[in-house]
Design a protein around this ligand. Structure first.
Ligand SMILES: C[S@@+](CC[C@H](N)C(=O)[O-])C[C@H]1O[C@@H](n2cnc3c(N)ncnc32)[C@H](O)[C@@H]1O
Length: 180
């Protein structure tokens, strides 16, 4: 079994410096099968970038903004989501991935700078993608892959303007004539 709904929360952002990283977090979340990203830095450019990507390449990925992380995480927990906090201090992914796969709905928390200490308590799982510091983008990608066993790459992104036909050499892109 793999989780049905996966959402991602990005907590904290060092303005300008983190814009590109946050955009990449959102791109990975979308391409690796999450349905939503929630962010506490209102950055309309990131939203526009993701909306353009979805318009061209399909799917219903949504971007939501929030002021304060606590009520968001509380509400998601009340609605049956298990909170997975990505941190190098957490339990090793190799040990915990089979438990994560049994959960129905997951809310994945990724930090920018140091995350508030309380998140460690709020989380149902604190998960380390190894215990060396690296990047929230790679941590998110590896977690999403481990919990979905690669099935995210078979997902169909509906209503796309363009669709790639995987090919050995060159580029094969099919245009959807029903889209303008
Ligand atoms: C700049 S790092 C901060 C590293 C931080 N000391 C920590 O707790 O992981 C920003 C984010 O990257 C993610 N991250 C970095 N290395 C990780 C690892 N080995 N395992 C899981 N997440 C990691 C975490 O979500 C962290 O909040």
């Amino acid at each position: 079994m793999i989780p049905m709904v996966i959402e991602v929360v990005r907590i904290g952002q060092r303005i300008v410096r983190d814009d590109r990283v946050t955009t990449h977090i959102a791109l990975v979340a979308r391409a690796f099968g999450a349905t939503t990203i929630l962010m506490n830095e209102v950055n309309l450019e990131i939203k526009e970038t993701l909306e353009k990507i979805s318009d061209t390449w399909g799917g219903n990925f949504s971007i939501e903004f929030f002021d304060s992380w606590k009520p968001i995480i509380r509400k998601k927990k009340e609605n049956g989501f298990k909170v997975v906090h990505l941190t190098m201090y957490g339990e090793n992914i190799n040990e915990i991935q089979s438990n994560l796969k049994k959960e129905e709905n997951l809310l994945i928390v990724v930090g920018a700078e140091k995350v508030p200490r309380e998140i460690f308590k709020f989380a149902d799982y604190n998960v380390g993608i190894g215990c060396q510091p690296h990047s929230e983008i790679s941590a998110l990608a590896i977690l999403l892959d481990r919990i979905q066993d690669g099935n995210q790459f078979n997902k169909i992104f509906l209503n796309a303007k363009r669709k790639i036909i995987p090919t050995k050499k060159g580029k094969n892109v099919v245009m959807n004539e029903t889209r303008d």
